[in-house]
Design a protein around this ligand. Sequence first.
Ligand SMILES: [Zn+2]
Length: 321
Amino acid sequence: MSENIKKGKSEKSKGKKPVFPKKDVKKGFKKEDKKILKKKDVAIEKAEDLDDSISSEEETIKGPVTSKAIDDWTPKTELGRLVKEGKINTIDEILDRGRAILEEEIVDALLPNMNVDLLMIGQAKGKFGGGQKRVFRQTQKKTEEGNKPHFCTCAVCGDGNGHVGVGIGKAKETVPAREKAIRKSKMNIFKIRRGCGSWVCNCAEPHSIPYKVVGKCSSVIIELLPAPKGKGLVVEKEIAKILEKAGIKDVWCRVEGQTRNKLTLVNATVDALKKLTLMKVSPEQRKALGIVDGAMKIEAEEELTAKAVLPVKEGTSASTN
Ligand SMILES: [Zn+2]
């Protein structure tokens, strides 16, 4: 029967002339479909290549990133010029006045002991179990030419002594995204207040935070509480990285909401840490809780000695020039 029908159809098509263009159109569609399929295959292959490249790059990312040579730096802003001339010696001078830092070299010059780390905000795609934590969050846009991948990272920088910054970078490739994130984290640096507000140990040393703070971002609500000495950071791993960079050693926490989304969780902790310096404190309370804003005094003296050494180096470089 089917043969007869086919024959009938073919006869009809042969008999009627206007049917031919329709067939051509259909054939044309089929050809386009084949082309799209080929493009999709190519896109999938590209995506697989990208996955391999990410895994190889991630290994190189780990560890502190070396700062560029400050001698070669030509400042573009007034603040940058003041820093390079040596008129501003501490970052607290800039942060207390609320001046915007628009060059990453300013922070590099004023805080030479800076450490940079990337947070695990993404996850690996499919295949062998998938879902493993990754530094890059990968997203895709579907287009006619195939899938266009985008990468997002979150970097944290800090001197481990009362200064931290968090920055997010997005780009079409992994390396520029990482560079953007690191640059933004340095420009977003802020001061942190430390102390000991724990009722278990009344040591008045700045190893924890002086009082409870609450931070919010979308659904996430995070509550940081002062903990006794030696307790450690009782928080999620990625938040522990931020607190470690800030110089806080002991903390308890309570979290609410969708903590699976790491970006909102990170933003909530940054909100909480910024609220630390907003509270007004009397000098008596400052003594009782051992409150320190920014860098600690003993280490500040060490910095001064280090700065006393630095001009000698500059002098030698000047003499050689
Ligand atoms: Zn204590």
